[in-house]
Design a protein around this ligand. Structure first.
Ligand SMILES: [Zn+2]
Length: 181
């Protein structure tokens, strides 16, 4: 969507009202993964979905809720209320233009509560339902089987084997020689 002109978006809306809104964070990911990893991952996975389905992708939001990582240089975190409002305002703009099915692709677990709050408030204020999915495997979502095996083997967690593997697959900047075992 961010590479289209407004007439192109107008013409898309005549046939389809679905849009993906990728969100992430800018925070430390150990000594080996670039800070933009969560926004990068949600955008890259959204692009892959778009290539297969033709669905539009909105610009990715690079900032999220990462206050617990502020002691590491480079982390940029929004406050909870600001983040809820940013999610709401972006979604309301998309609704205004005629997108009726907005799917948030979330690449950062710390955003989950703010997304839930934004979804609740948008529903109360407009009656519209905003959908969201986590792009990384979760215990109840897709990839739950592989996540279980990873945890049984003592892996898992922030900037772990999972994030490193997904990043390698998607072309993220990863310094494997700096990864901690
Ligand atoms: Zn991450």
């Amino acid at each position: 969507m961010y590479k289209l002109t407004w007439p192109e978006i107008e013409s898309y809306l005549k046939n389809c009202d679905i849009v993906i809104f990728p969100v992430g964070s800018n925070e430390q990911h150990g000594k080996h993964i670039a800070e933009d990893n969560d926004a990068f991952t949600s955008l890259q996975i959204a692009k892959k979905v778009a290539e297969r389905t033709g669905v539009l992708v909105a610009p990715a939001l690079p900032f999220g809720y990462s206050s617990h990582h502020m002691k590491f240089p480079g982390t940029i975190s929004l406050s909870f209320d600001t983040l809820v409002n940013v999610y709401k305002e972006v979604c309301k703009c998309l609704l205004h233009h005629g997108f009726k099915k907005i799917v948030i692709f979330n690449g950062h677990g710390g955003n989950t509560n703010a997304i839930t709050q934004a979804q609740r408030e948008i529903r109360e204020e407009t009656g519209c339902i905003i959908y969201s999915i986590m792009v990384f495997p979760t215990e109840k979502g897709f990839g739950s089987g592989s996540l279980k095996i990873l945890k049984q083997e003592g892996g898992g967690g922030h900037a772990c084997e999972m994030e490193t593997s997904v990043g390698l697959c998607l072309g993220q900047r990863i310094l494997l020689d700096k990864a901690e075992k």
